[in-house]
Design a binder for this molecule. Sequence first.
Ligand code: F6R
Length: 243
Amino acid sequence: MNIIKVKDYQEMSNRASMHLAEKIQKLDKPVIGLATGSTPEGMYQNLIEKNNKGELSFKDVTTFNLDEYVGLEKEDPNSYYFYMMDKFFNHIDVPKANVHLPNGAADDLEKECRDYEKLISDAGYVDVQVLGIGGNGHIAFNEPGTPFSSRTHVIDLDESTREANARFFNSMEEVPKQAITMGIETIMESKEIILLISGEKKADALARLIENEETSEDFPASVLRKHENVTIIADEAAMAKVN
Ligand code: F6R
C-alpha cells in the first residue's frame, strides 16, 4: 500500500481530485467507483471546479457507487442517489445514463444485487475505486465479519455505523438498518483503489490498517493489503496514532 501523508482535509481532497482527473484524462472510457459520506465531498467540489473551468470532461466517464440504503427512494434527501446528484453529478457533464447506484428501493433486492454486478462486469470493471473507511474498518458497507469473497449484497448495518451516520437524519430511528453494498471481492476487482482518510475519528482504524499485520474479516479494510495497487491519502489528524 502506497501511503501519501497530507496536511489536512483540503490537501487530501486536492490530491484525490488531481489523481482522478489524471486518470480520467488518460483512459478512453474511464470507469470510476465512487463513495458517499463526508470524506469525498471536498474531492467532488474540486472535480466540479475543474469541469466548470473546462479543464476536465466527464463525457466518457462511467461511474458506479459503492452502496445505497435499503428502503430510501431516490428522492429522499438521505439516499445516496440524492447525495450524488446534489453534490456531484448535477454539476458536471457526465451523461446521466452513465451513472450507477444500487437501487435500495427495488422490490427484489437480490435481483438488484445481481444486476448491479452484471453492470459492473459489462462495463469492464472499475478502473479506479475511491473508498472511505468506517471507524470499525468497514469499506463500502461491508461490516466486520463480511466474507472477503462477498459480491454485491444486502447487509445489516452495525449499530456503530448507524450511530455514525445518524448525523444526517432527524433521529436514530430514521437511520436505515440495511444497505445494498458492493461486495469485498467486487471492490478488490477494481484495477486501482484510492482510500481517503481524514480526521482524528479515523486514527485508530488507520493505525490498525497500517501497523497490524492481521488480514482478517473482522477488520474489512485489511483486505486491501492483498491488492497490488492501493494508495492511501491520509491527513495528519488521521495519521496521529501511526508510529
Ligand atoms: C460510503 C461508504 C462508507 C463511508 C464510510 C466513511 O459510500 O461506502 O464506507 O466511506 O462510512 O464515511 P465518512 O466519510 O462519512 O466518514
